[in-house]
Design a protein around this ligand. Sequence first.
Ligand code: ADP
Ligand code: MG
Length: 461
Amino acid sequence: SGRWSRAVAIVKEFEEKCATPIGKLRQVADAMTVEMHAGLASEGGSKLKMLISYVDNLPTGDEKGLFYALDLGGTNFRVLRVQLGGKVGVVKQEAEEVSIPARLMVGRSNELFDFIAAELAKYVACESEDFQLPAGRQRELGFTFSFPVKQTSLVSGTLISWTKGFAINETIGEDVVSELTKAIERQGLDMRVAALVNDTVGTLAGGRYYDKDVVAAVILGTGTNAAYVERAHAIPKWHGLLPKSGEMVINMEWGNFRSSHLPVTEYDQSLDAESLNPGEQIFEKLISGMYLGDILRRILLRLAEEASFFGDTVPPKLLVPFILRTPDMSAIHHDTSSDLRVVASKLKDILGIMNTSLKTRKMLLELCDIVAKRGARLSAAGVVGILKKQGRDVAAAEKARTVIAMDGGLYEHYTLFRKFLENTLTEMLGEEVASTVIVTHANDGSGIGAALLAASHSQYL
Ligand code: ADP
Ligand code: MG
């Protein structure tokens, strides 16, 4: 029918606009490397902020004692405690996840920090005897804060901007460690922030603790970002003393990467225009969990409006921003039943759409494929950009391992996304180099990493 061929034409055009052939991916990887250089050269030299983390030593495995971590960076935050036993490793580790009430993400700064500190105080109050704090010592905390922060030391840094759905103007320009410290004091909790780290930096530290060949970390969750180990003398904008290690971890804030080579469609443009941060985080808006489901919703809306894809009327729920979440998209994409019954039930439960034909449901799967593949392949191109910067995209003389620690709900749970990413890395690097590049899942690496960095920067050392 005319409707169906119209739908096919819209999908075909979308697919073409989203295409990421290998040549395009190489351009993206090259552009990433170029922007990395520019961001390291001068403050404001690039859309990539290439933030100095003040982490010039990664965990060695000798860390000892009881440490806490608090991980704030999305819709949930995590509190964690770990008893480190030096050479024997992690003796005991516990974590708890707390969801952040949506109103606090766009409310007052103090209310957000008070909420976090109160949850932290509650958590500390149920510390069991398996955890040992030597008498007279203050508890110490690694604070994982996954938003762009201009750090001035390992324990201070001002917020540059909120991302991922947070928007609290009065926090911008404030020192987030001092905001947290004041809130901790208001709770009457005796605890010191010993390290402020981005989740990527935490994941890198956590990954390194278990594998000494970890040299970069990537987060694919609500948002996306990466950190890697840079040679300190290759950071022209760094005017401080060169660290003894000769190295510095850089928080790229790669979510804000943009390039004319990125395949951006009209759907992405309207998503961006209607977002809380228009013009910002363009790479993130093509890749990460906060947005993939909404890109899918937008193309479905177009199909409903222009090709009566779901019948004569446009299902009203399709007009609701972010109603289709990435975990639901993932469930749709992974439906292997012959009649696509998961797709059918998701359409019904989320969008109120009934009685779709198998042909329609198959088309939905195809759309998931287009959106997820583009995101995963662009993520892989970003990783290759980092490897190029590190000179690790070519075969080494002695087969050195290069390990990339990855974490985040999107990477962890969206199996097809992860497979596309891994396959694309091999496609871009070639079999020989790809066999030396290992991607590992650093489970909750950012929390443990922050605790490890708190340990190696303890006031009692
Ligand atoms: P954050 O990035 O907020 O710190 P996570 O790393 O746990 O937290 O990532 C959560 C995000 O991961 C969710 O917002 C969602 O976009 C994505 N996600 C979670 N579960 C799935 C899933 N099953 N399939 C796809 N994406 C998922
Ligand atoms: Mg996180």
